[in-house]
Design a protein around this ligand. Structure first.
Ligand code: OMP
Length: 248
């Protein structure tokens, strides 16, 4: 199987808006409000459990890019089969927890799907390994039984994700520069925990502004509440895209 080459994304295409909303109707309203400003959306657990999967498939059919943030983690057979199902929805990204067994199974699930034809295909579903949640500090990891701390754990999982054939990593932008030095250019660095200057961190602990994240080497920024809870979501998204552009 040959993967078709991709051109680098434009500043607008590097912003992924997280549709963490309670219903498909709310998500549809937000997508309408954002209009042409936003091209890439994340559907996560809250919306997925409220009928969000058919909505995500429809969003992909409408020409938007879709990130399915399902954070899979199970025995390898279950993850491989679940990934094969997700590959049919037309999403660009799927998250799995960055454990070696889980990553390898997800890569088999999406590769098997694409490889069935044996033909050259456009780049299909890409697997992102979630390293250490951006809401975690060293102390939170220690409490969960991981003595190594954030920095070493992210580095270990990044190397394992690359070895397993993953397409990218979910990391905090704080780690982006160092992780880019550890893994090759093939891996997409996708960074949540983005907070424009002056916006509250809420439950995020490892945060950066959009401009700093791009300068640190992030390929994509995931932004939820700073856009969706803003008085004018489209204006908030435009301001983030302007920061991405200025830092690119
Ligand atoms: O996998 C993710 O997308 C994710 C990983 C992570 O470590 N931290 C993190 O915040 N996220 C997601 O990114 C989004 C961040 O939302 P805001 O904090 O509202 O910008 C949420 O949808 C989270 O589920």
């Amino acid at each position: 199987m040959t993967i078709a080459p991709q051109s680098p994304p434009s500043p607008r295409d590097r912003l992924i808006v997280a549709l963490d909303l309670p219903s498909v109707a709310d998500a549809e309203r937000m997508v309408d409000q954002l209009g042409d400003t936003v091209t890439f959306y994340k559907v996560g657990l809250e919306l997925a459990f409220a009928g969000g999967l058919p909505f995500a498939a429809a969003l992909a059919r409408s020409g938007r890019q879709v990130f399915l943030d399902l954070k899979l983690h199970d025995i390898p057979t279950t993850v491989e089969r679940a990934t094969r199902q997700v590959a049919d929805l037309g999403a660009t990204f799927l998250t799995v927890h960055a454990y070696p067994q889980t990553l390898a199974a997800a890569v088999r699930g999406r590769t098997g799907h694409e490889g069935a034809t044996g033909l050259t295909v456009p780049r299909g579903l890409q697997i992102l390994g979630v390293t250490v949640m951006t809401s975690y500090s060293d102390a939170d990891l220690r409490e969960a039984g991981y003595a190594e701390g954030v920095s070493l754990t992210v580095a270990r999982r990044a190397r394992q994700a690359e070895a397993a054939g993953a397409d990218g990593l979910i990391i905090s932008a704080e780690e982006a520069a160092r992780i880019r030095g550890l893994v090759g250019p093939r891996l997409q660095l996708v960074t949540p925990g983005i907070r424009p200057a002056g916006t509250p961190n809420q439950d995020q602990k490892r945060v950066m502004t959009p401009g700093d994240a791009i300068r640190a080497g992030a390929d994509y920024l995931v932004v939820g509440r700073p856009v969706t809870a803003a008085a004018d979501p489209a204006a908030a998204a435009r301001a983030i895209i302007a920061e991405i552009q200025a830092a690119s």
